[in-house]
Design a protein around this ligand. Sequence first.
Ligand code: TXA
Ligand code: MG
Length: 358
Amino acid sequence: KTKIEKIDQNKINETILNEAGEILKEGGLVAFPTETVYGLGANALDPKASEKTYAAKGRPSDNPLIVHIAEYGALEKIVKEIPPKTETLANAFWPGPLTMIFEKSEIVPYETTGGLETVAVRMPSNLIAMELIRAGGGYISAPSANTSGRPSPTKAEHVADDLNGKIEMILDGGSVEIGLESTIVDMTVEPPMILRPGAITKEMLEQEIGEVDVDRTILSADSHQAPKAPGMKYRHYAPKADLIIVEGEPEEETKAIRQLVYEQVRKGEKTGVIATTESAEAYHYGLVKVIGSRNNEKSIARNLYAVLREFDEEEISLIYSESVAAEGIGSAIMNRLEKAAGHKRLSAKEILKQQTFH
Ligand code: TXA
Ligand code: MG
């Protein structure tokens, strides 16, 4: 009995919003759009609401939630101290796709922080999110509104596919703008450290506050260290099909994938391709899905999770994906793709060297 309500960011229906706010105040769960992905909202200061959140997602309870606020002034109450660079970053990027980690204050329950002494905080820019946070009491925890282990939802239909019947309400505000989760920066260390790449890039952060470190586990497959954001250690999402990333110059990637797909299809393997607008027509075999344009990496970020969900609905056993350069938002795209692939990658050059002509 999940209630699904359409809501327009530019003309917010107050009746629906107030109803959603009441659900949150009473300890219930409401999924809502943010500019990054859909979130599963609950009262962040209510330990029972956090427990419900973990249960609905099927998420391990040592994986902390992000607390969403709608006013900078709300930060004070939930953190022990506000490190000096915080205000600079907040002025530059809040509201927006940036999450900052601080020492938590006593009112934040350990149920919300997965037992940690720190708390992650974000101020989203989506107006439905903003108004819902206010209506729900000002402190709303929101993990991505997917079943644990599935791609994050970028439209309300994805949320319903995963959580229908398990939560009180879904606010359907259409498709999200960014499509990848927020950048997470740990403000408790000096220099601050990126724990999860997102639309706010290292370069953008460094322009504001100087040097910023990056958690080494973010892109490397073979690091023996555990990631500093507990959630990053889980193989977030494993597609039903094997996913293999092919790396090289764009044209080499296309040639190599054509070769690989041809060989697999000849063997009777049901094979998929994650292609770009630029390369799509070059593929004549396999189930080809376009993820966006190389000239507009934001379009790739926006479509990635939906394309992965679509492949899960097909009878495909193997997917080859093109890659993008790990710069700017490309580093967030490759981080999520690499996790989905379990870090399986091939060099396009190597494939083309072994090419058998036909
Ligand atoms: O864009 C987003 O951040 C979305 C939308 C809904 O706001 N939310 C989101 O939440 O991605 P979730 O729960 O799916 O991911 C939160 C990540 C996890 O990897 C978690 O381990 C990390 O943030 N995290 C949360 N609190 C932390 C803390 N105190 N220390 C380190 N990592 C933390
Ligand atoms: Mg998530």
